[in-house]
Design a protein around this ligand. Structure first.
Ligand code: ZN
Length: 435
């Protein structure tokens, strides 16, 4: 079993443009780690309101002075050419060049990641430092790219559970020569899948999708409409290797069981983690799952220093040549993997509690009583939780009502179940309620 970090070092420098040979190569490598079905959608294939783009290949791209001194070269770094750039060869004036030469808005020494999948244009990318040094009147540009019929590929790993209700994990494998966005999410998802496959059978089924950003999600969903009603929740994974706190972004349906469960569970699993509203932290493939006609409550887990409203980038090296293995560690990937596994454990445990008792439980008779003089908080919690075990509330509902972590409720209800005071059920039981 290759470690998450070793997979990153093997795959990160591949030119993983959305439909490309290197993307396919990376997916094939991941398929050696887990049983994976690879779905293919040919160029031109309609996917709801979208179409699968052509395969894009860059044979060569460079910028030279007129006396032949090479200033930047795609052979040295894949980010030197705009992803999906049109081919172009010729001598251009400095002004014309600068219109097509992209730089990073904040990092003067970095090459930016620029993509123009659907607005056709030619373009090169350089550091601000290089751009500032261009003083000649004209330069030679060479961009040899081709657009050919190909196939967009989506890797699917299924972990079948007792139920066909499915929790979907999604990460995107595209982005040439970058790591944290989003190879980190891919390897964390893959390692979660490896562990779920090796563990005991779960109640829910789990489906990991590894795909190119946006169009990959649309292609998969539009070709699996029959699965959508069974997708009861999901989580998008990205930016999980850098040194920032975990951020859990809610779904478009903030009152869903998935939102209640995962957000209350995060509080118990990671005291440094924080919550954000839908689109409040990051915008990515979770949008396709939350969108009209799909409406899967899909949250997003990432490591982001501050919510989007702060105006900060998700992390300093975002969309640049500085997003390398140097900003990612195996320990942080493992911490994120364990957090995902903890959230999944909460999702499995998030059932309704049906009372087998009537009235208030004789706590000391069942050995449950907590001495309020020693532990007033524990005493109050026990009664607050017991009185909510009435068949209408899940563990997450109670955690939300009381403003406490999922795990704090679980500790109490697991004890109640052990004493045969409550039953767990996947559906609400409303008998005996006077509304
Ligand atoms: Zn990105």
């Amino acid at each position: 079993m290759t470690s998450m970090f070793d997979l990153i070092t093997q795959l990160w420098f591949l030119r993983r443009d959305i439909v490309s040979d290197d993307y396919d190569q990376a997916l094939q490598r991941l398929a050696q780690e887990v049983p994976m079905t690879i779905h293919e959608y040919p160029t031109g294939e309609p996917c709801w309101t979208w179409r699968v783009p052509e395969k894009w290949t860059c044979q060569a791209a460079y910028l030279e002075t007129l006396d032949g001194r090479r200033l930047l070269d795609y052979a040295v770094h894949p980010l030197h050419v705009v992803s999906y750039s049109l081919p172009f060869e010729g001598v251009v004036s400095r002004d014309e060049l600068l219109e097509h030469l992209h730089v990073h808005p904040r990092l003067p020494e970095a090459i930016p990641f620029v993509f123009k999948y659907y607005q056709r244009d030619w373009g090169l990318c350089a550091s601000q430092n290089l751009r500032d040094s261009l003083a000649d009147d004209a330069y030679r540009v060479v961009i040899r790219t081709s657009f050919t019929p190909g196939a967009l590929k989506v890797g699917e790993v299924l972990i079948p559970g007792a139920s066909d209700e499915t929790f979907v994990l999604v990460a995107h494998l595209c982005h040439p020569a970058m790591v944290n966005d989003d190879l980190s999410g891919v390897v964390v998802g893959l390692d979660v899948a490896r562990r779920l496959l090796a563990g005991p059978r779960l109640h829910y089924s789990y489906r990991l999708l590894i795909l190119p950003e946006t169009i990959g999600s649309v292609a998969y969903l539009s070709h699996h409409e029959g699965l959508i009603p069974k997708m009861t929740a999901g989580m998008f994974l990205e930016m999980l290797g850098n040194d920032s706190p975990h951020a859990l972004q809610g779904s478009f349906q903030p009152y869903s069981q998935a939102d209640r469960c995962l957000s209350s569970a995060l509080r118990g699993l990671d005291p440094h983690g924080y919550l954000g509203a839908y689109r409040g932290i990051i915008d990515n493939d979770e949008r396709q799952f939350n969108a009209p006609g799909v409406r899967v409550p899909m949250l997003s887990l990432s490591r982001v220093e501050a919510p989007k409203e702060s105006g900060c980038p998700p992390y300093p090296e975002y969309h640049s040549s500085l997003d390398t293995p140097a900003i990612v560690t195996q320990a942080r990937l493992e911490a994120s993997r364990d957090l995902v596994l903890g959230l999944i454990q909460a999702w499995e445990r998030n059932q309704y509690m049906v009372n087998r008792f009537k009235g208030e439980v004789f706590a000391s008779g069942y050995g449950l009583w907590v001495d309020y003089r020693v532990n007033p908080e524990g005493h109050r919690r026990l009664f607050e939780i017991m009185e909510r075990c009435d068949g209408t509330r899940t563990v997450a509902d109670i955690a939300g009502e009381l403003g406490i972590p999922f795990q704090a409720v679980w500790e109490v209800v697991a004890q109640l179940q052990e004493k045969e005071l409550v039953d767990f059920t996947r559906f609400p039981q409303v008998d005996g309620w006077r509304l």
